[in-house]
Design a protein around this ligand. Structure first.
Ligand code: FAD
Length: 628
């Protein structure tokens, strides 16, 4: 890297002397740091343009995301299997690797953007009354574009899956797969039965440098809530993050760059799979994929594993003729298996992402300027840019019974420095917040630190669905979030409890010191209610709730007796042979925590089951000796 004449021209005093040498050394150091971010060469080579119509693989994995990258890695451990991994998006870049830039990636081609169908039960305060959902469209999938909290959910979640007829999925049985992947680097979890070292996915401790962190911890103590470890259930938790040496640890880095020269794994990027193809015995034959406007048929001797995520996996099944007969008829898709559950049972962790708190400017004390933070990041891989803005502090609460064993509400916090010209505007537009309300928030941010209080329903009763929206297999499907359609209003009750909890928190001594208060902005339908009455908030949630992008459940795992089940306990699609689904879509019920760690576990487990079914050698699993 060298300075060209351009810099000399721009420097009227010239570039001679010791001071200039220092300056050039500094610039070189920064440029070298920027160039140290790996590009496509860090991953397996893209074979997309060399694929031929009729090529044959032993195993085909669709979607190189949070689960799919794991599946491809583990299956290709068997040198006798030729494995093809197909991904609709491209490669990660330095923007996706610097944790703090993650919001900037959201409006780009590295994300799928789904505009949810308009309903009158939720999202009324967003542009056109519609919420947006995003999800990663590149190697690593959403693990390359998410906020990187590493949380597994609770024993009751997996025991619940097992108790509803899914043998092998209890907490004790899935824990070895969590342990298999993990390489924990936070000392406090060394020698802890709940964590392990030496796996491919690094989890680490990233402490936020915002003062909000200390304020939250002090307030929790004043309110009598404990600071907990991640194997405990109720209190304020500092989570692990999927970050390694200050850079994002996506499943692409953890599971694909590790094996970039493995000869029996082929990866094709910008390769959008349109459908799965079957022979007349309903055995999988292969897939059709669109690469640079050409459609190719790729065959398999073994299996196809769909890991397209909870929106695209059901869409791919529907495109392939697997789903509710009458719905497929509407789109002239030949029905191969009448499976009414495909696309149903959609769940997401509904949240009040737009509930913003204002703290006076003093709350910013000690925070480095953006320029200093940038310098620190590029020279040492530490500091502000290693975190996403969402703090790694989350509350797990049971709002109905403080001494219950498990929570019903999680609270996420996202921090914005004073006059934030990056995260805040990107968040407001990315989420589709109305311009009028957005302006009030931006004005409040001029002299105040802000943070978002995302009251997050862990177990929403409401359900949505994914359906085909057109005959074009490559067009986005229709997504109905189902937010707050539950007629008992149980979901809303818990959110209301959450607001009251937040108000108690804002009344603690430490929050009062910084004049902590909610920002008020106009609502679409609630201004007729007295501000802060229960009715006001009930209405407010319907205007301003959105999701935190954890879609799950649309290819539900369940026993044959379950009319909504799409896959069995070995994740095989009912009614056909040689096809499995492995990603968040298989969750019968969404877990009570963030969904990346479970997606990785699902990838590990399905790969092991496939090897077992084909009598291929498997590694011994770590033993889980914990009791939590
Ligand atoms: C903004 C955001 C923040 C989040 N924060 C967190 C967090 O902090 N912690 C956490 O645990 N979870 C978080 N999540 C959720 C979590 O990341 C996801 O639930 C999880 O990564 C989903 O994994 P998956 O394997 O089901 O799907 P994905 O990781 O989305 O993988 C699907 C892959 O399949 C590809 N694909 C889809 N269809 C096709 C096709 N037809 N042909 C070829 N390829 C296809 C996609 O491009 C993608 O790469 C967040 C999500 C978002 C969007």
């Amino acid at each position: 890297m060298s300075c060209s004449g351009g810099l000399t021209d721009a420097c009227p005093l010239g570039l001679a002397g010791e001071s200039s040498t220092l300056m050039l050394t500094l610039l070189n150091t920064l440029l070298a740091a920027k160039c140290s971010f790996p590009g496509p060469e860090a991953f397996p080579k893209n074979v997309a343009t060399t694929l031929q119509d009729g090529d044959r693989y032993d195993m085909i994995v669709v979607g190189a995301g949070s689960s799919g990258a794991v599946v491809a890695n583990r299956l290709s451990e068997n040198p006798h299997w030729k494995v093809l991994l197909l991904e609709a998006g491209g490669y990660p870049n330095s923007d996706t690797q610097i944790p703090n830039l993650y919001f900037g990636v959201h409006g780009t081609d590295k994300n799928w953007l789904y505009v949810l169908e308009k309903v009158n039960t939720s999202c009324k305060g967003y542009v056109n009354g519609q919420c947006n959902w995003i999800g990663g469209k590149l190697l690593g999938g959403t693990s390359t574009t998410n906020t990187m909290l590493y949380v597994r959910g609770f024993a009751q979640d997996y025991d619940g899956w097992a108790n509803s007829g899914n043998k092998g999925w209890s907490w004790a049985e899935v824990m070895p797969y969590f342990l298999k992947s993990e390489n924990v680097t936070w000392e406090k979890y060394f020698n802890n039965p709940f964590h392990s070292r030496g796996g491919l996915l690094t989890t680490s401790y990233q402490r936020s440098d915002f003062n909000v962190r200390n304020i939250l911890i002090e307030a929790a103590k004043e309110m009598g809530y404990p600071i907990i470890n991640d194997y405990e259930h109720l209190g304020l938790l500092e989570t692990l993050m999927t970050v390694q040496d200050g850079r994002r640890e996506s499943t692409a880095f953890a599971f694909l760059s590790e094996i970039k020269t493995r000869p029996n794994l082929h990866i094709a990027t910008d390769a959008h799979v349109g459908k799965v193809v079957f022979d007349r015995h309903r055995r999988v034959k292969g897939i059709t994929v669109r690469i640079q406007n050409k459609t190719l048929n790729i065959h398999t001797k073994g299996e196809v594993i769909i890991s397209g995520g909870a929106i695209q996996s059901p869409q791919l099944l529907l495109n392939s003729g697997i789903g509710p007969k009458s719905h497929l008829k509407d789109f002239e898709v030949r029905n191969i298996v009448n499976l009414p559950g495909v696309g149903e049972n959609l769940q997401d962790h509904l949240a009040t992402f737009l509930l913003l708190v204002q703290l006076d400017g003093a709350a910013e004390a000690g925070l480095k300027s953006r320029l200093d933070s940038t310098y620190q990041y590029y020279t040492t891989n530490t500091g502000h840019y290693t975190s996403v803005g969402v703090t790694n502090l989350v509350y797990f609460l049971n709002t109905k019974n403080r001494s219950a064993e498990f929570p019903n509400l999680q609270i996420h916090f996202m921090e914005y420095r004073m006059n934030d010209d990056f995260l805040l505007p990107n968040m407001l537009t990315g989420m589709g917040f109305s311009q009028k309300a957005g302006k009030i928030v931006m004005d409040a941010n001029k002299d105040s630190v802000l943070f978002t209080l995302a009251l997050t329903l862990l177990y929403p009763d409401s359900r949505g669905k994914v359906q085909l929206g057109s005959k074009d297999p490559y067009a986005n499907p229709k997504v109905f979030s189902g937010y707050l359609t539950d007629m008992t209003e149980a979901d809303i009750d818990i959110l209301l409890d959450g607001v009251r909890f937040a108000q108690k928190m804002l009344n603690t001594t430490i929050f009062q010191k910084f004049n902590g208060k909610f920002i008020r902005y106009p609502t679409i339908s609630c201004d007729g209610h007295e501000y802060d009455s229960d009715d006001f908030w009930r209405c407010y949630f319907r205007d301003y709730c959105g999701g935190i992008y954890h879609p799950a459940g649309t290819c539900k795992m369940g026993p044959k007796s379950d009319p909504e089940a799409v896959v069995d306990e070995r994740l095989r699609v009912y009614g056909v042979k040689g096809l499995r689904v492995a990603d968040c879509s298989i969750m019968p019920k969404i877990v009570g925590g963030n969904t990346l760690a479970p997606a990785v576990m699902i990838g590990e487990k399905v790969a092991d089951m496939i090897k077992e079914d084909w009598n291929v050698q498997r590694d011994a699993l770590p033993k889980y000796t914990g009791r939590y």
